[in-house]
Design a protein around this ligand. Structure first.
Ligand code: GDP
Length: 430
């Protein structure tokens, strides 16, 4: 297969970064198609840890082209910082190593200020955003007042639009959110640097992606966040501000419909979420704390502790169907070592009614009672396991049960944070 999308099937942080990084070895082009630097992939390469927020994970393989597509919103200052860090570590040096869409919208400092101001005002009801301004930037995109990278080309008209936006945003910051306004002169000045640094990367990325497709290149689409954070199909309003389903890979990159060969769904062997919102299988006992520590479940974008839960097959079925998933990569199986028994949620129950599928509109998801099946755990370390036969029988049974409950075959199993700690059952590019 030539075109493959990797998407999260839970609430993000499924470990997509490692899988994208693995697959990127076989890809020619790696594309981000939605989200911004509120996503963060943590990759461990040769013992060095990298956190990528905007640049696709392909950057850690020489000779690939990384594309930041039109569906993303990009904080130009964060991007420059990431480029500099990668370059200082020997990456992103090739001439074609990074292309940034003219059509991508910019996340401006006023978006960040609004995001933070609003979350502070919401207090206990906060959405739990990263505070990086992603939501407000998407709002402006839809309101048709956003600033695209294309706008930087004519800096005079860009400045006029920026000043107009800023006057409105500053009034809102001051009078509604009671926070400090942003000085226009400073912002215009720093945008001059942005222009100089980022214009060389700008490209018509949709044409570029299509040309690569026509030339038979292998293209990897790197999803951010997860299905339960999707603006339409997630746990609204505790969601991100973009569609993060595989379908968004088309609109967000310019790849025409029908040209995506496979979707790889990524799921943890258990479940986590950051921030507020319903979480049926959340574990409130010491087991949750133990999984959080063993799995290092602290947000890579914000450092916040993640909420921990059992594997939820109802949620998985919802996500796998919406994404048309071809294969499932189950990560962090090693983290479950020593937890005995293990639980898998097979259905929900509420008011005497059983739900085998997600309730319509995810209504009452905060009130459902998960129905669990218990499976025996294992105590042997999974370190060094490279084939299914290397796994203890209880671990194989756990995986088998997940396959039965979801109806999707396993393509990969993660047994550790490093690139090589992966059982590769089927690689969509091979
Ligand atoms: P992403 O946003 O979906 O890429 O997920 P993150 O990068 O935020 O979180 C995944 C974390 O889990 C990273 O620290 C990875 O190094 C780590 N990780 C990924 N796969 C595995 C695995 O199979 N086992 C263990 N122990 N860690 C893993």
């Amino acid at each position: 297969m030539k075109t493959v999308a990797v998407v999260g099937t839970q609430w993000g942080d499924e470990g997509k970064g490692k899988i994208v990084d693995l697959l990127a070895a076989d890809a020619d082009v790696v594309v981000r198609f939605q989200g911004g630097n509120n996503a963060a992939h943590t990759l461990v390469v040769d013992g060095r840890k990298f956190i990528l927020r905007l640049v696709p994970a392909g950057a850690l393989h020489p000779g690939k082209t990384c594309v930041i597509g039109n569906g993303t919103v990009v904080d130009p200052f964060a991007l420059i910082e990431e480029i500099d860090h990668l370059r200082a570590n020997g990456f992103l040096h090739g001439e074609n190593s990074l292309r940034l869409s003219y059509d991508a919208h910019m996340v401006m400092p006023y978006h960040r200020a609004i995001d933070r101001g609003r979350e502070a005002r919401l207090g206990r009801n906060a959405i739990g955003t990263t505070g990086f301004g992603i939501g407000p930037a998407y709002e402006d995109k839809v309101a048709r007042s956003g600033l695209r990278f294309a706008d930087l080309v004519d800096f005079r008209s860009f400045t006029a639009r920026l000043e107009r936006n800023l006057a409105e945003k500053n009034a809102y910051l001051k009078s509604v959110l009671k926070t400090k306004p942003i000085p226009a002169a400073d912002l215009v000045q720093s945008m001059k640097t942005v222009r100089k640094r980022l214009i060389p990367y700008l490209a018509d990325t949709a044409s570029f992606v299509y040309a690569a497709y026509q030339a038979g290149k292998r293209i990897l689409f790197e999803g951010a966040h997860g299905t339960m954070l999707d603006i339409d199909y997630g746990t609204y309003p505790y969601v991100t501000s973009s569609n993060c389903l595989a379908a968004a890979a088309h609109a967000g990159s310019g790849l025409p419909p029908g040209k995506l060969d496979a979707v790889l769904g990524i799921s943890k062997a258990y479940t986590t979420r950051v921030g507020g919102g319903p979480f049926p299988t959340e574990i409130k006992t010491a087991v949750g704390k133990r999984l959080r520590e063993e799995g290092d479940e602290f947000g890579s974008a914000t450092g916040r502790p993640r909420r921990i839960g059992w594997f939820d097959a109802v949620l998985a079925r919802h996500a796998l169907r919406l994404n048309g998933v071809w294969g499932l990569a189950l990560t962090k199986l090693d983290v479950l070592t020593g937890i005995d028994p293990l639980k898998i949620c097979i259905a929900y129950e509420r008011g005497g009614q059983r739900y085998d599928e997600m309730p319509p509109g995810r209504l009452g998801l905060d009130k459902v009672r998960p129905l669990y099946e218990e499976l025996p755990g294992w105590h042997q370390s999974l370190q060094g396991a490279r084939t299914m036969a290397d796994l203890p029988p209880q671990a194989r049974r756990y995986l088998e049960r997940i396959t039965e409950l979801t109806g999707v075959s396993l393509a990969m199993v993660g047994t550790g944070a490093a690139r090589e700690a992966t059982i590769m059952i089927s690689n969509p590019f091979r």
